[in-house]
Design a protein around this ligand. Structure first.
Ligand SMILES: CC(C)(COP(=O)(O)OP(=O)(O)OC[C@H]1O[C@@H](n2cnc3c(N)ncnc32)[C@H](O)[C@@H]1OP(=O)(O)O)[C@@H](O)C(=O)NCCC(=O)NCCS
Length: 235
């Protein structure tokens, strides 16, 4: 398991308490944790607590997804399918379908990750084939979803950072983001932050929630990208 210390700018500090950052003892460690409404065993920061530090520990753990996580993953994704434009699916897939998709991607050697905070799955990310024809085999597409109401706290960043690292270990060479809706500033900004550049917008290729929806294509290289021959170890 990999622990992430997620550093935020000063502009974020004021939002930490509102976002539910609290201090608690976890084993022998005193850590700051995200405190969604469903956590009730946490004491509030003492009044005399020092000012919020510049960097804070969200104790978001990113790890490989397990079968037991799939129900939570389905719940997170279902919300975004029903309410958002990031996914062009209109009917949320069942947990079984999500499980099958994960098995397929993991079977290809691709990472499928979850972010966990205080024992709860708060987001997930995975890499899937960009396209199925063989010449695309060094390129993957990323997907990142954070639980409703928990955006803007570094969870998506922790998931994407680790996803990129895992794909680089696999010696993949390009990662493509297909962002649903050109108004999806959260996703566009998240990807920009991790070195993706916008390479084009497919206009009005989707129709969802009563309106036309663009796809914003973003791309970043993995490892040496096209500056070296592909590895035979790649997918
Ligand atoms: C896109 C998404 C994964 C981002 O996750 P997140 O946990 O909110 O992201 P982070 O907190 O790590 O923020 C990463 C960057 O995005 C920016 N960001 C996050 N939410 C934002 C918003 N609503 N508006 C503008 N920028 C936003 C942050 O400012 C940060 O950039 P910075 O570090 O330069 O300030 C999340 O909003 C989500 O699940 N959205 C719905 C599904 C989706 O669009 N997935 C992407 C599919 S490709």
């Amino acid at each position: 398991m990999l622990d992430f210390v997620w550093c935020r700018g000063r502009a974020r500090e004021a939002g930490q308490r509102a976002a539910g950052l609290r201090r608690r003892t976890l084993g022998a460690r005193l850590v700051d944790v995200l405190q969604p409404a469903w956590l009730d065993d946490i004491r509030p920061l003492p009044a005399a607590a020092p000012a919020a530090p510049r960097c804070w520990v969200g104790n978001v753990t990113v790890r490989d997804a397990r079968v037991a996580d799939m129900q939570a993953i389905q719940g997170i994704y279902a919300h975004h399918v029903r309410r958002g434009l990031a996914s062009f699916e209109e009917v949320p897939p069942t947990t079984r379908e999500m499980r099958d998709r994960r098995v397929e991607y993991v079977g290809l050697g691709l990472p499928y990750l979850v972010a966990e905070a205080a024992g709860r799955v708060v987001g997930f990310s995975f890499a899937s084939p960009y396209r199925v024809r063989p010449a695309y085999r060094h390129t993957v597409q990323d997907s990142v979803y954070v639980a409703a109401g928990l955006g803007g706290q570094g969870i998506g960043g922790a998931l994407l950072r680790q996803l990129i690292a895992r794909c680089e270990i696999r010696r993949l060479r390009q990662m493509v983001a297909i962002v649903g809706d050109s108004g999806n500033t959260a996703s566009i900004q998240l990807h920009r932050r991790f070195g993706f550049r916008e390479v084009g917008t497919l206009q009005a290729v989707g129709f969802k929630h009563g309106r036309w929806v663009d796809s914003v294509l973003m791309q970043r290289r993995l490892g040496p990208g096209c500056n070296a021959e592909p590895s035979t170890a790649a997918r």
